[in-house]
Ligand binder design. Sequence first.
Ligand SMILES: Nc1ncnc2c1ncn2[C@@H]1O[C@H](COP(=O)(O)OP(=O)(O)OP(=O)(O)O)[C@@H](O)[C@H]1O
Length: 226
Amino acid sequence: MIDIENLSKSYGSRTLWSDVTFTISRGEMLALVGPSGSGKSTLLNCLGLLDKPSTGTVRHEGKDITRFSRREIRGFRRDVLGYLFQNYALIENATVSENLKVAVKPRRSTRDQPGTTIAEALDRVGLSGREKETIHHLSGGEQQRVALARLMVKRPALVLADEPTGALDEANANMVVDVLRAMSEAGCAVVIATHSTSVREQCDRVFALGENDREPQRPTAALRTT
Ligand SMILES: Nc1ncnc2c1ncn2[C@@H]1O[C@H](COP(=O)(O)OP(=O)(O)OP(=O)(O)O)[C@@H](O)[C@H]1O
């Protein structure tokens, strides 16, 4: 579904990673690992069109998304992508249910499978009955669970998750990974940047950004498959 070829990212003379080449398929859950500062978030941002790689291509259905126009970027974010990022990207002054309603897709025909409803998603993330609460009154972990519920309602083809379990207790961390796993089993491609050994072990494949990438001016073949 996503073909990444010879991707590199440099800031000035510092190369974060280079020669990054791999494919992410539908139904696959992939862990992106590497030491702090190795560029995991930056790579996710490049895949999510929030940042641009210095060289290389990222193809979706044959089209290089790094060359998309603003209009194509908007369409790709709306129709294909789902983010689970550290700032949650929720509407702070709106309620839980208002934040989820923006993700509901109209069914184009009766053949369209009905998606997860807002009530089902909130129940799955343990936030039933909290629909009317305003986002900024929720804890960080609760906001993250709202972001996860929004992903379930949206059902994107590609999910990019940046340390999705970092701020959570063990039970909620397991719940997040279980939901992402269920989404991948339903045909979604999931990429998770993580330091967690347990999350890594639950993924289908692991890509490791190399330790040397932290060293300024030392370009490396950045990606290993384990
Ligand atoms: N706009 C920028 N200009 C210069 N350097 C930047 C810029 N954005 C990020 N960096 C640097 O790129 C490096 C990689 O950052 P990134 O957040 O991608 O790493 P990470 O592997 O996700 O780290 P962590 O595991 O700590 O979250 C960091 O050293 C960061 O300071």
